[in-house]
Design a protein around this ligand. Sequence first.
Ligand SMILES: *Cc1c(COP(=O)(O)O)cnc(C)c1O
Length: 362
Amino acid sequence: MSTSTPRPRDAVATIPAYVPGKPPIARAGQHVYKLSSNENPYPPLPGVLEAVAGAAATMNRYPDMGCSALYAALSERLGVAPDQFAAGTGSVAVLYHLLQAYCGPGDEVVHAWRSFEAYPIAITVAGATAVPVPLADGGRHDLEAMAAAVTDRTRVVIVCTPNNPTGPSVSASDLAAFVAKVPPHVLVVVDEAYREFVREADPVDGVALVAGYPNVVAMRTFAKAYGLAGLRVGYLVGSPEIAAAVRACSLPFGVSSIAQAAVIASLGAEPELLDRVEQIVSERDRVVASLRDQGWAVPDPQGNFLWFDTGARTAQFTASAEEAGIMVRPFADEGIRVSIGEREANDRLVSVAARWRADSGQ
Ligand SMILES: *Cc1c(COP(=O)(O)O)cnc(C)c1O
């Protein structure tokens, strides 16, 4: 009898691990806040729980595989034809499907680094090769270097704006100039997971860019501003051809009836959504102003999170934050990403940061 066992593809051994934000560690007498996953601190928007309960009553049935009501609602909201959408269980899933559709072994995918940790994972899973391009000063995309990194093997370029985990966004004019430089057969993914929080003067609108450039797709999610992280739904907007290719690679019935209903209800609660986003943005601005007063050089935060350049002392800062009852997302020996959360949580962050500077004599 042979002793050999089933062997995964060689690429599987090289898939980097995804490090999820730590859950709150319960402590006696202290509420612990989770600021480690860029989640929305607010509960579901009005009408959403009711829509979810209604959809739950039909859980013996498969969901609408064509997401027709979801695409119709998005189509109306964004003024884009229903056949230009491809949804998935989070925009990360949509990225997996897109890379599966467009890349194979030997193909290259260019992206900034440090950026969203799911990129190298998804690229490796597809069997393609990640080409990370170092960020420029201030945690910004180096679009010139990214354009220069495009080779004959490049199939996809990902632009993460605002960049997770550092915070800055790309401006619309810089992105347009970049897209004009990329060959038309190379797909440009504009990951706009945090677009609702952007307050920069010349904000990117990936969907508008799709109209002028058929090789561009905008990727968006309901996990952040819309507060539906737990239901897993995101989508892309692209040309009908790209959207069809991505849908063809999607898991059948991936987006649940509950998630579809929640999104449609959430799209109907836009005034409340925008109000919450405004609160988060104003908390972000308040926190970053305090931190800069303390002397921290925080990169321009355009999402619902901040970046601390803690370098070799990342583990110590993380421990101090946990001691104060806030869970953060450390990147070993690089820095720390902290989400904007409840006011009390944000206040604790400001105190931890102040104490840190005092203790380190800076
Ligand atoms: C959170 C996030 C997403 C979306 O994640 P899903 O929960 O899968 O929709 C996509 N891109 C970036 C950069 C993110 O931070």
